[in-house]
Design a protein around this ligand. Structure first.
Ligand code: ADP
Ligand code: MG
Length: 707
């Protein structure tokens, strides 16, 4: 297809090769069509001209325009510090304007005594307004140009601004672009859908979103573009699911036999919660359906997902199938292995652990046991399956993602199973908000464990600052005197791992001083340590010989020490909400009252403060993840950037557009019901839209491909 929309952006007048390179690198704009989808992130009313006297705190950092005369101008300072200082005035007052960059260039363009429209964000300084780096133009109406009503504000970057592509320049480029493409914008939705859903056409929507003639037109444009974006994604995901449930056969596992019954009646150390029972039933439903299961099991930390998975492993074994459980880290895999081994002891189920540190001889033994079918359950890290371990009859795979959305990793899996693909159950402790789950996991069935085992006391959470540190230490001493154990966690940000470890080591020194041996034992564990030392430290803590575990976030993934009741999170402002919640979930597992203390610096951004407040006010993981989504936007939620669905969302905001998302899902469902293969003539545009989406997707993550 040869369309003007595919033309490289360098050919747009005023762009050229060099700017095109920067556009591609900075905002992923390569073609005319890409540029057209660079949509304003907000709008300002340019028909309103403010008087200088009207400017006050409440207008500060908003874009406004002022019509004023230049009274005085001059370069202040020398060399790199040279800046242009301007005094401008209207009939109500004076304002200072400065340029720190490009001072000499701007100096030449502005004449003393002349009037200009200055457009920028004012700030108040000592009660006087001033503006830095405004855009400006003479107040003349150019013949033939549309008068500017609402003007879009485009996101830009330092680098783009420095080559003359600030928000205003992008706006001007957009006008040029529009002139070139306006007659060549194809409609992408079928006309019956436009009519039924009262949507404006695509060309109209794109015009109005860049150059809104009115607020109503803008709203209609936004609605149309959001609808299209979310609708096509839903259509894709639902279509995938349909293909899977209709075409991908799965093993049928109807028998409830000795393993399951014996375990359930004699070995299960507690009664299942209602939620656990429900989810076991849902999974069992999949296992007898004849289709391959692809199910996501969501449940807050400590909600008891492991037991549910284990029960299903036993069902698989009853039907003569082997199972695998994969965990994101060796520590976690080992932990699963130990706790599961304890649970199934006398049932005769054969369980093995395979990790990077498994000895060669043991490895060979395991390989043999898997091929002969003697091993019923293999536990290990993702790596082991990716390396292609051979099973005799693998029927069920559990992937413990903990807090990660590892869709990408799942996609890479290739199981060496003989006939049909195994059933797949993904466990995640991240309570993904519904809107996000629908988008990321729309192709999976979802089960939710929304109930904690009985008898858990809510964790008491508080926020403290450096000034309270001595009080904190006093509190820790009290808790340790009562026989409790303490986690102290330091943030780890990959780019500066060395620095983070230095932080942790400095912190550990303070602890060693404040909690000296032999009365106290503290251990340090972090990712840069050799595995042996790490294991040794963890063992000291697990066995209760050490009262304090100082670590980076390694313990985030699933350490279970019921006697540890205090979680201290250092530099808590550097963690996201869902991470904080995961960390907090490490305590509150035994009977005693547990505590989480968030230590932060004294100066916090408003957003960080809200995160701390949220943590103190609720322990509900779903509530927190909704807040997280609102505070940070979907792209930033832990791990979604690597989620691998490769779905780019440009117009919509998942935090706010949940209602539209659900609505479009309904519309997509209805269309697929009427025309499951999208074969009807009226739906050709939808087929094309799906093709475009798939071409854009970076990775193929269709789970039905696991084979
Ligand atoms: P998750 O993996 O969901 O974070 P786990 O499966 O590790 O949670 O369970 C957390 C703890 O709760 C474990 O010690 C487990 O034995 C216990 N547990 C699980 N289900 C129940 C239940 N129904 N009643 C009591 N304790 C339970
Ligand atoms: Mg777990």
């Amino acid at each position: 297809m040869d369309s003007i929309l595919d033309r490289p952006i360098q050919y747009l007048p005023g762009i050229g090769e060099k700017r095109a390179e920067v556009l591609a690198a900075e905002i992923d704009v390569h073609t005319f069509g890409d540029m057209l989808m660079h949509i304003p992130f907000r709008y300002i009313d340019r028909s309103k001209v403010y008087k200088i006297a009207e400017i006050g705190e409440e207008l500060s950092s908003q874009y406004i325009q002022v019509r004023a005369r230049v009274q005085d101008k001059g370069i202040v300072g020398v060399g790199a510090k040279a800046r242009l200082a301007l005094v401008v005035a209207d009939d109500t007052g004076e304002m200072d304007i400065v340029w720190f960059r490009g001072a000499r260039f701007v100096m030449k363009k502005l004449e003393v005594g002349r009037e200009y429209i200055f457009f920028g964000r004012p700030t108040m300084f000592n009660g006087f307004p001033n503006m830095a780096h405004p855009e400006f133009e003479p107040p003349i109406v150019v013949e033939g140009q549309e008068p500017i009503g609402m003007q879009g504000i485009y996101s830009t970057t330092e680098r783009l601004s420095s080559i003359g592509l600030g928000t205003k320049a992008i706006f001007n480029a957009m006008r040029t672009l529009w002139g070139a493409v306006k007659d060549y914008i194809p409609e992408t939705l079928p006309s019956y859908l436009l009519e039924r859903e009262r949507l404006v056409g695509r060309a109209q929507a794109l015009h109005d979103i860049h150059f809104p003639p009115s607020a109503e037109a803008l709203n209609a444009a936004v609605r149309r573009l959001k609808f299209e974006e979310l609708f096509v994604i839903q259509l894709q995901l639902l279509g995938q699911r349909r293909v899977r449930t209709e075409k991908i056969q799965g093993y049928v596992m109807p028998k409830v036999g000795g393993y399951f019954n014996m375990f359930y009646r004699e070995r299960l150390p507690f009664a299942l919660t209602g939620a656990q029972q429900r989810v076991v039933k849902e999974i069992r439903g999949d296992m007898v359906s004849g289709h391959q299961m692809n199910r996501l099991m969501q449940g807050d930390v400590g909600s008891g997902k492991t037991i549910v998975a284990l029960l299903c492993v036993l069902l698989a074994a009853d039907n003569g199938f082997q199972s695998a459980i994969m965990a994101p880290t060796e520590i976690l895999a080992t932990q699963h292995y130990r706790s599961i081994l304890k649970l199934v002891e006398t049932t005769g189920l054969r369980v093995e652990l395979l990790t990077g540190s498994t000895r060669k001889k043991k490895r060979e033994e395991i390989a043999e046991g898997l091929l002969s079918g003697e091993i019923d359950l293999l536990i290990g890290t993702h790596a082991l399956i990716e390396e292609g371990v051979q099973f005799a009859r693998l029927g069920f795979v559990v992937i413990d993602e903990q807090h990660r959305f590892g869709v990408m990793q799942r996609a890479k899996l290739r199981f060496k199973s003989r006939e049909l693909p195994p059933h797949v159950l993904v466990m995640t402790a991240t309570p993904i908000p519904r809107t996000l789950a629908m988008t990321l996991y729309g192709d999976l069935d979802v089960s939710v464990i929304d109930e904690l085992p009985p008898g858990r006391k809510p964790i008491h959470t508080s926020h403290a600052r450096e000034a309270h540190r001595m009080r904190l230490f006093g509190f820790l001493r009290e808790q340790i005197a009562q026989g409790r154990q303490v986690y102290i966690v330091y943030p780890l940000i990959q780019e500066s791992e060395t620095l983070d470890v230095a932080n942790l080591e400095a912190g550990a020194e303070v602890i060693a001083r404040e909690f000296p041996p032999p009365e106290y034992t503290s251990v340090v564990v972090h990712g840069k340590m050799p595995a042996k030392l790490k294991d040794y430290g963890m063992e000291l803590f697990k066995s209760g010989q050490a009262q304090i575990l100082i670590s980076t976030t390694v313990i985030e993934v699933g350490v279970d020490v019921p006697n540890a009741t205090v979680m201290v999170i250092e530099s808590a402002e550097r963690f996201g909400l869902s991470q904080l919640h995961q960390l907090r979930g490490r305590v509150g597992r035994g009977g005693g009252q547990s505590y989480c203390i968030l230590m932060t610096g004294d100066k916090l951004t408003a957003e960080a403060r809200r995160r701390m407040e949220a943590m103190v006010s609720t322990t509900d993981g779903f509530r927190l993840s909704e807040l997280d989504l609102q505070l940070r936007g979907a792209g930033d939620i832990d791990g979604t950037a690597q989620s691998g669905q490769g779905i780019e969302i440009k117009v919509s905001n998942l935090a706010k557009d949940g209602a539209i998302l659900e609505y479009t899902r309904g519309v997509a469902e209805r269309i697929l019901e009427e025309d499951p293969q999208l074969q009807r003539q009226e739906n050709v545009l939808l087929v094309a839209a799906l093709e475009r989406l798939n071409r854009k997707k970076k990775a193929d993550v269709d789970l039905s491909q696991i084979s």
